[in-house]
Design a protein around this ligand. Structure first.
Ligand SMILES: Nc1nc2c(ncn2[C@@H]2O[C@H](COP(=O)(O)OP(=O)(O)O)[C@@H](O)[C@H]2O)c(=O)[nH]1
Ligand SMILES: [Mg+2]
Length: 206
């Protein structure tokens, strides 16, 4: 092949390199309805420039993507978001954000391969997307935490009420978050890591 063309690929920036101390890389999927804040969350926590595939909403989404409550949103993620966060010197999480709408389910098979856990981002204005998402995670036996991303116009519900509404088991962690805040997104991921840890230790101690 001839590589003498004018296009050159920039090499990785030093800050994009995985720390040499990293011992464990964990794949985590962030899933939720359209406009719930997946791209925002991945972008807020990622220490590498997040990779995002957004496409201006086309006729294809009209009538399929329910815009009630998020009318201002003009783009929707068609493929996924990708980012990376080091929890500490040794543990690195790779984040994959993916849409929850049924028409994107074909993406799930590859995406969940090797994933240790998931974050379900919930918009209380549009709970119905979460039912499908949570059901599919349960079918796949993927452990998940639920993060409630609160928008100014979101109706206020207590975590307990939402647990009932979403028919979630007591053991599933639920946290409030602001997807725009790095610290908040990090807390969500920490909740998932702790949950995964308790699942492992519970399994080991009968
Ligand atoms: N008020 C508020 N707005 C948010 C929050 N998270 C995301 N947004 C906004 O909601 C819109 C949709 O977020 P986006 O990340 O694109 O949603 P996605 O479709 O799930 O990837 C964007 O305009 C964000 O700036 C949040 O926690 N609070
Ligand atoms: Mg998005």
């Amino acid at each position: 092949m001839d590589y003498n063309g004018s296009e050159t690929l920039a090499g990785p920036r030093p800050e994009d390199m995985l720390p040499a101390t990293a011992a464990t890389a964990v794949k985590v999927v962030v899933v939720g309805g359209f406009g719930v804040g997946k791209t925002t969350l991945v972008g807020a926590v990622s220490e590498i420039r997040p990779l995002t595939t957004e496409e201006t909403m086309t006729q294809a989404g009209v009538g399929i993507d329910d815009l009630a409550g998020v009318e201002h949103k003009t783009t929707t993620t068609v493929a996924m978001d990708f980012g990376r966060i080091s929890i500490d010197e040794r543990l690195v999480l790779y984040l994959f954000g993916t849409p929850g709408q049924e028409r994107f389910w074909f993406l799930w098979d590859g995406l969940f391969e090797g994933a240790l856990g998931a974050v379900v981002l919930v918009d209380t204005r549009r709970l119905e997307v979460c039912f499908d998402v949570i059901g599919r995670l349960e079918d796949r036996a993927v452990p998940f935490v639920v993060a409630i991303n609160t928008f100014p116009e979101s109706p206020m519900h207590s975590i307990d009420d939402l647990r009932v509404a979403l028919d979630l088991d007591e053991s599933v962690p639920m946290v409030d978050c602001d997807a725009r805040e790095r610290g908040s997104g990090r807390d969500v991921l920490m909740a998932l890591m702790e949950y995964l840890y308790t699942l492992t230790t519970n399994r080991e101690t009968p």
